[in-house]
Design a protein around this ligand. Structure first.
Ligand SMILES: Nc1nc2c(c(=O)[nH]1)N[C@H]1C(S)=C(S)[C@@H](COP(=O)(O)OP(=O)(O)OC[C@H]3O[C@@H](n4cnc5c(=O)[nH]c(N)nc54)[C@H](O)[C@@H]3O)O[C@H]1N2
Ligand SMILES: Nc1nc2c(c(=O)[nH]1)N[C@H]1C(S)=C(S)[C@@H](COP(=O)(O)OP(=O)(O)OC[C@H]3O[C@@H](n4cnc5c(=O)[nH]c(N)nc54)[C@H](O)[C@@H]3O)O[C@H]1N2
Ligand code: SF4
Ligand SMILES: [Mo]
Length: 831
């Protein structure tokens, strides 16, 4: 039988019984303002009025009708109610000015995909969420996606019962089955896989779909208890910054968010904070109002570029060459901060002939050698009163000694401004101007934000070269400067482990996530019999969708746990219906946000849907390992909060606490949490990968003039961008979002490239290469470099398919980087 989208779902009205909810209700102060803005910044980033999000030519009335249904109507009301005051919320009913939902029960929850984790408030009438608006402690209002959750909670598209595949994989024929049947089936398949292939025959994966603590812990806890599985390694997102910044600076996920407004020179490097950090983009605007210059280095004239001092278009994948060129200008003009480099980095440390840093005491890994300028002797870098030579060349030494500084300068040598221009497309004069602008201030900030340049095969070097720029100019460790990673409260508040997981065999295979499909198809290193996927959408987000589809078809038993029939669920053997925000209790304290939040359950999930805690608990019981699971969410939330200094009761009362130290500056005063206490600019482990220990530029393979040799067939470089209508694939299918924005993919193409192909603005186009095709409407514009097209992240199969149909599934060289922004394509007008 084929389940129609109009399938009647069992309503779960009036069944809410959240403990947290009841507590909240009892303690709720009356008349709490809708926006409890307790953030420390005065900035209000969400400046776009909700009304302006309605597409041109669509009246608000027809938009509301198109959105349809009470839930959607309330969604629109919610959209407007969090917009700036000037925009009046259309009323669901009643007299003008009266709030139709006044007195409704209120619940609070975090918006948990890999985004900014706004706190949301749901109002519940008769057991239904009728409106989602701004919750507690937000710096800015949530975006329309957060508020569209009112539709997500009530849409007929929700999965309400386990579904077993009834026809060919991908054909969309499903048989509803009971939870008992579904769970027995999964347990049988797991046992069978373990019997025949061993635990290596199982993959249980998730990625960035939900940053909540409990949802995130249960899958791994379950797998550990059944003896482990094959794991997928390497973030699709930020493998590059993990690979560069952790060894160089000792730690990552730091952000400079609290002092952005103090910056004087901001390099927004290959990312688009006006969209992807919209929650605090006001801080960038504040900096500019105070006179800061903001440069956006991006092949696309993005939303951020349109607000910047200058757009610096750059050929994709060439960022390291630009950074090295800037460094060359800085050093040759003596603009580098020698004092900072000597005191707070390994730049003066000596590199031995064997490629390792020289040690004064071989038994002490931190005893790096430097040459003391006064004595000419080798001493420890941290010896009392030492004045290290930055360059060994200064001493004209006959022993061929080289410092890290020397090697870095050498790696920049070929990157004269003219050479940079030839490789990157950034004019030589701009390279010089950027270098001088950044080096002439101590309030220079680089925004990385897990940007697009990282998702290329040498992305780690691009991050490392940018890190070097910050260290060389002394632009790190003080307010208004630094390198802005996506940040996270989990650097300051450490949750206690929710489960005490048993160790599993270290011999179980690890597969780079970007190669998952290929490795499955090649049975490398062994056949995968069972794949359980939750909190991710491989069919839209893993590279090379065509192969992912084949892999999902090949794996004998694919289980997808999600709340909607996602692009990935379409190719499952069994789909398990999960709960979503406001249907489950959870705790959030993670990357990307400064808030610690407790999420309340406001309503029951529709039909027989259950949260991940319940699902994995039932599976664990069936596999005979359920003992540690059988607790409610409150038990786990309390356990996680142990040792954080935050009491469960306080969080239940306040919902969200901004626990980020207000004056926190990453690596303050040049103290780095590395072995040496300094920025480690030399990474010997990179030599083992056959590459340089300091960032060097290598032309990416799948680029114009690269070794892939695809220029003739596929002369256009395709980059990806994230949209304000979806977080990856999340939200993108909801009708309120589709009507407020659009329901089809677009591709930005330069006018000249479009003209050569007979493509006009608004034409249907096909972006293609040997991997596959991605259909999108053309946006013909000069706001993108010629030779580059920009496709969009997150479109569903049901909407024409993901841009990942064409993306490169190569594994990055240093950190297993995802290479989606290193992709060559061509574009044709759709016949
Ligand atoms: N609304 C919304 N917000 C989000 C997300 C979302 O999906 N939607 N996702 C969240 C997540 S997980 C992440 S990682 C962040 C990402 O945040 P961003 O990094 O800001 O997002 P992207 O859109 O991936 O990339 C931004 C830019 O990188 C450029 N780019 C691509 N390749 C290159 C290159 O080689 N060099 C240079 N210089 N530029 C390049 C693209 O043209 C694009 O404009 O956003 C987070 N916030
Ligand atoms: N082509 C292309 N590919 C990309 C990128 C790109 O820019 N372009 N960006 C990359 C980046 S930066 C990232 S971070 C990744 C993100 O890729 P993914 O992590 O795969 O993110 P989503 O597409 O948002 O998928 C999240 C899914 O989790 C589900 N979900 C949410 N909450 C829960 C829950 O509590 N339980 C369960 N079971 N499911 C839940 C959502 O409904 C959704 O279907 O994509 C990467 N891939
Ligand atoms: S989708 Fe992102 S920006 Fe929008 S409300 Fe949720 S966390 Fe905030
Ligand atoms: Mo990401």
């Amino acid at each position: 039988m084929r389940i129609e989208q109009t399938e009647k779902r069992k309503r779960a009205s009036g069944r809410t019984s959240s403990r947290i909810g009841r507590e909240r209700d009892a303690t709720r102060a009356s008349g709490e303002p809708e926006t409890a803005s307790r953030g420390r910044s005065a900035s209000q980033a969400q400046s776009e009025p909700a009304a302006s999000r309605i597409p041109a030519g669509v009246s608000r009335r027809s938009f509301v009708q198109a959105a349809g249904g009470l839930g959607a109507l309330a969604g629109v009301a919610g959209l407007a109610s969090c917009a700036p005051r000037a925009v009046r919320a259309p009323k669901a009913s009643g007299a003008a000015g009266a709030d139709p939902f006044e007195g409704a029960e209120e619940f609070f929850a975090a918006c948990p995909p890999e985004c900014q984790h706004h706190n949301l408030k749901a109002q519940v009438v008769d057991g239904k969420v009728v409106r989602v608006t701004c919750g507690a402690a937000n710096e800015s209002r949530p975006c329309m996606m957060g508020m569209s959750r009112v539709e997500w909670l009530s849409t007929d598209q929700r999965l309400t019962t386990p579904l077993k595949r009834a026809g060919e994989k991908g054909a969309g024929s499903w048989e509803p089955i009971s939870w008992d049947e579904a769970l027995d089936l999964v347990a049988d398949k797991l046992r069978d896989a373990i019997d025949r292939v061993g635990n290596a025959g199982i993959v249980c994966d998730s990625h960035a779909g939900n940053f909540n603590a409990i949802a995130g812990a249960v899958g791994p806890a379950f797998i550990a208890r059944i003896g482990g599985a094959t794991t997928l390694t390497g973030s699709l997102c930020c493998a590059a910054v993990a690979g560069a910044t952790i060894p160089m600076f000792g730690k990552r996920f730091y952000d400079t968010r609290n002092t952005i407004a103090d910056a004087e020179c901001i390099l927004v490097w290959g990312n688009n904070p006006a969209v992807t950090m919209n929650g605090y983009f006001g801080r960038f605007e504040q900096a500019m109002e105070r006179g800061a210059a903001m440069y956006v280095i991006d092949p696309v004239h993005s939303e951020t570029a349109s607000k910047a001092t200058e757009w610096v278009p750059i050929k994709p994948t060439t960022d390291t060459a630009l950074a090295l060129g800037m460094l060359k200008v800085i050093v040759s003009e003596n603009l580098h901060d020698q004092g900072f480099l000597k005191a707070h980095s390994t730049a003066p440390c000596l590199v031995g002939a064997d490629g390792a840093l020289e040690l004064i005491d071989p038994s002490d890994k931190g005893s790096y050698a430097v040459i003391d300028a006064r004595t000419g002797q080798r001493v420890r870098h941290d010896a009392e009163g030492v004045d290290p030579l930055l360059s060994a060349g200064e001493a004209n030494r006959a022993d061929g000694a080289r410092t890290v500084f020397d090697l870095i300068v050498q790696a920049c040598d070929e990157w004269s401004p003219a050479a940079v221009e030839a490789e990157t497309g950034v004019p030589a004069a701009t390279v010089e101007r950027l270098a001088r602008a950044f080096a002439s201030t101590k309030r220079g900030m680089i925004i990385q934000n897990m940007g697009g340049f990282m998702r290329t095969s040498y992305g780690t070097y691009a991050v490392a070269a940018q890190n070097n720029l910050a260290v060389f100019t002394g632009n790190i460790g003080a307010a208004g400067n630094g390198v802005c990673d996506a940040g996270g409260i989990n650097n300051h508040v450490k949750l206690s482990p929710l489960f005490d997981n048993p160790a599993v065999s270290p011999d179980l295979p690890k597969i780079p996530r970007v190669r998952f499909a290929r490795r499955v198809l090649e049975d490398d290193p062994n056949p995968i019999e069972v794949f359980i996927s939750s909190r991710e959408s491989p069919m839209t987000q893993f590279p090379n969708t065509g192969l992912v589809k084949e892999a999902l078809k090949k794996i004998p038993f694919v289980v997808v746990i999600d709340s909607l029939m996602t692009s990935t669920a379409l190719y499952a053997d069994l789909v398990l219906p999960s709960a979503t925000v406001f249907e489950t209790e959870d705790l959030l304290c993670n990357a990307r946000s400064h808030l610690v939040q407790l999420s309340q359950k406001a309503v029951d999930p529709p039909g027989e849907a259950h949260d991940d805690l319940w699902i994995f608990t039932q599976l664990a019981k069936r596999m005979g390992v359920g003992d540690d699971f059988d607790h409610d969410a409150e038990f786990f939330a309390r356990k996680a909060l142990e040792g954080t200094g935050i009491a469960y009761e306080q969080l239940a009362e306040e919902h969200a606490i901004d626990a980020y130290p207000p004056d926190f500056v990453p690596y303050a005063s040049g103290a780095f949490p590395t072995a040496s206490g300094k920025a480690e600019l030399y990474q010997a482990p990179w030599l083992k990968k056959g590459l340089e220990a300091v960032p060097a530029y290598h032309r990416a393979a799948e680029t114009r003039g690269g070794t892939a040799g695809l220029d003739d067939a596929y002369p256009l470089a395709a980059v990806q961008r994230k949209l304000n209508r979806s977080v990856h694939s999340t939200f993108g299918i909801l009708s309120s979002i589709c009507s407020a924005t659009r329901d089809h993919a677009c591709v930005m193409i330069n006018s000249q490239d479009a003209a050569e192909r007979g493509i006009g603005d608004g034409d249907r186009a096909v972006v293609y290469n040997d991997r596959g095709e991605h259909r999108a409407r053309a946006i013909v514009t000069d706001q993108i470099m010629s030779g580059v097209v920009c496709v969009e992240n997150g479109w569903w199969e049901q909407q024409g398919g993901s841009s990942s149909y064409v993306t490169n599934d190569a594994v990055g060289h240093l950190s297993g980087e995802h290479c989606c922004n290193e992709t060559l394509v061509n574009v044709r007008k759709e016949a």
